[in-house]
Design a protein around this ligand. Structure first.
Ligand code: ZN
Length: 327
């Protein structure tokens, strides 16, 4: 294929060369009409140029109009006001200063304005944090904030979510964003999340759920990158969650489950100002899943002493669609 295309190119080049030679050799015979010919050519060129300029101007104006409609956004994570960058086909997605994405800013807005995370003394464990969020949480004076990751060793703790080497009822808040869809044994992860939370403690969780999808779709026989990308939408995802399937699994782990539609509680101009909603090609459920361990939750059955080696049940890396820290 490539070879035949190459040959054709050579051939076309050859023809062009021959034609070019003809024009050059016949140039003198057309000299009498030169001025007229040149004038006509000049006029054609001028018209063409004018048209081109008009088109460019039109584009520029259209561009200006678009920008005028979309003033700089204000990042509620780092406080910077800027024109946000596009990401994965989504316009105005990423803050150029702290690199927060829509879901990071939405979660931060929610935690700051609709929970006690900003005001109370809490022990909070954040899995695979985005750097932008980590920077904010570390500055909250009352928050005892720790970060964890399964693969990275530069977070406060290196933990396997399916076998947390943490005492029972030791945390008030867990942040687990876009992680469970990477974990083959997500039921083990959910029951561990439940175990390490104090009664009344909450986990704030999100996974990608396509709008309208109700049941989970998973197939453990699909193990290749290509197969997973095709089946689950990303090479390191091991399932597609549906809203009901996800809820059932969380409830089975013992949680009170409340998917909070925080976007709908906000004024549209606030959503727009901070770009809190993502313009996905395939619309995703942007609710924040608030999982509460009931106050009357019975202690978990005695868990065996954590072994030194954790079960490596999390084979896939945590969400990292930005080439930076996930979350
Ligand atoms: Zn920012």
């Amino acid at each position: 294929m490539a070879r035949s295309r190459l040959r054709r190119d050579v051939l076309v080049g050859g023809v062009a060369f021959v034609l070019g030679g003809g024009v050059v050799s016949g140039w003198h015979s057309y000299a009498a009409n030169d001025d007229e010919e040149r004038a006509a050519k000049k006029s054609r060129k001028k018209k063409k140029k004018k048209k081109k300029a008009e088109r460019a101007k039109g584009k520029k104006l259209a561009g200006k109009g678009e920008k005028a409609k979309a003033p700089p956004a204000v990042c509620n994570v780092c406080g910077n006001e800027a024109r946000f960058r596009s990401f994965a086909g989504r316009k105005n997605a990423v803050c150029p200063t702290c690199r927060s994405k829509e879901r990071h800013r939405l979660l931060m807005h929610y935690l700051e304005h609709d929970t006690n995370v900003w005001s109370d003394e809490l022990d909070m464990l954040h899995f695979s944090p985005a750097q932008s969020q980590e920077d904010v949480f570390r500055q909250l004076p009352k928050l005892n904030y720790k970060t964890a990751d399964y693969l990275r060793d530069d977070e406060d703790l290196q933990l396997d979510l399916t076998n947390l080497e943490q005492p029972e009822a030791s945390w008030d808040v867990l942040l687990i964003y876009h992680i469970l869809e990477h974990i083959p044994d997500d039921e083990a992860a959910m029951s561990e999340m439940f175990r390490v939370l104090r009664p009344g403690g909450r986990a704030f969780v999100q996974v990608p759920i396509e709008i309208g999808r109700k049941s989970n779709y998973e197939d453990p026989t699909i193990t290749t990158d290509k197969g997973r990308a095709r089946a689950f939408g990303q090479k390191d995802h091991v399932r597609k969650y549906g809203s009901e399937g996800f809820r059932e699994r969380l409830e089975a782990a013992g949680f009170d489950v409340d998917p909070v539609d925080y976007l709908s509680k906000l004024e549209p101009n606030v959503v727009e100002k901070h770009r809190l909603s993502a313009d996905f090609k395939t619309p995703l459920d942007e609710r924040i899943w608030v999982l509460t361990k009931p106050l009357d939750a019975k202690p978990s059955a005695n868990k065996a002493e954590p072994s030194v080696e954790t079960t490596q049940s999390r084979k896939a890396k945590p969400a990292d669609d930005s080439g930076e820290k996930a979350g």
